[in-house]
Design a protein around this ligand. Structure first.
Ligand code: KIV
Length: 293
């Protein structure tokens, strides 16, 4: 029995995600940032819902993920929490929420669990996050690692550029993956790296790898929901498969509404409320006596 769904639909848990790797079953993950989309993603049977800091770009209109704040991430995680029943709910720790001190990082991560109902947090970075991951686990906060094209490193990388292309960079990625696994991360997002490198990492770690722009050999795949739905305003990246054109659909719906209002065909009679007949009669009597016009 799933206490969140009240039925037998099994809740996705960290062990069940890890068992999927053992069984070689693909793990599915999508971002969602509000009640409606998180509910649709959960009801479609996706394993993990990530309240990603991509929120900064696709919802809040920033150029990078860097400006999004703890308060904004908490606000959106709470909305997703109200929707998600089956999937594992993971919250992204925003830039500068875990970079200043260990104490502040643990306090911020705990807010996602305690105040917003997240079941795990995600942090970007490899070896340099190993101690943080250990400390978060000591505080009972499960962690997803994230290496490769980590968007919070955009300025250091000089743009959103594919990583892990040189031998030295590949060796570093392997060390990063091993360090995160060794420190207890339960899964690893691999973003923007060559397929061959993602496959090597996936073979060498015991924890599931979840790829985005990392080819088909990862244990699972994640996409930003707005990219998948065609709700973006930039040309999609090479790795995005767009399953719908919601921008076109929403644009057409809004234009139709505008046209109907301007033509005075909306609202129709059937879309209007009416007074009860007795009140109509009372009004007519009052009008006849000159009390109302
Ligand atoms: O914020 C996000 O959407 C992410 C995914 C790209 C993994 O971190």
């Amino acid at each position: 029995m799933n206490p969140l769904t009240g039925n037998s639909c099994p809740k996705v848990t960290i062990p069940s995600i890890q068992e999927k790797k053992q069984r070689r079953e693909a793990i599915t993950c999508l971002t969602a940032y509000d009640y409606a989309t998180a509910r649709l993603v959960d009801e479609a049977g996706i394993d993990m819902v990530l309240v990603g800091d991509s929120l900064a770009m696709v919802v809040l209109g920033h150029d990078t993920t860097l400006p999004v704040t703890m308060d904004e991430m908490l606000h959106h995680t709470r909305a997703a929490r109200r929707a998600v029943r089956r999937a594992l709910l993971v919250a992204d720790m925003p830039y500068a929420s875990y970079h200043v001190s260990m104490e502040e990082a643990i306090r911020n991560a705990a807010r996602f669990v305690k105040e917003a109902g997240a079941e795990a947090v995600k942090v970007e970075g490899g070896e340099k996050r190993a101690v943080l991951v250990e400390r978060l686990l000591e505080a009972e906060i499960p962690v997803v690692g994230h290496i490769g094209l980590t968007p919070q490193s955009v300025h250091r990388f000089g743009g959103f550029k594919v990583q892990g292309k040189s031998l030295a960079a590949i060796e570093q990625l392997m060390r990063d993956a091993a360090a995160l696994e060794g420190s207890g991360a339960f899964a690893l997002v691999l973003e923007g790296i060559p397929r061959e490198v993602a496959a090597m990492v996936t073979r060498h770690v015991g924890i599931p790898t979840i790829g985005i722009g990392a080819g088909p050999d990862c244990d699972g795949q994640v996409l930003v929901l707005h990219d998948l739905l065609g709700l973006g305003f930039q040309p999609p990246a090479k790795f995005v498969r767009q399953y719908a054109n919601l921008r076109g659909i929403i644009g057409a719906a809004v234009a139709n509404f505008r046209g109907d209002v301007e033509a005075r065909t909306f609202p129709a009679e059937s879309e209007s409320y009416h007074l009860p007949p007795e009140t109509v009669h009372e009004l007519q009597d009052l009008a006849a006596r000159g009390s109302v016009r």
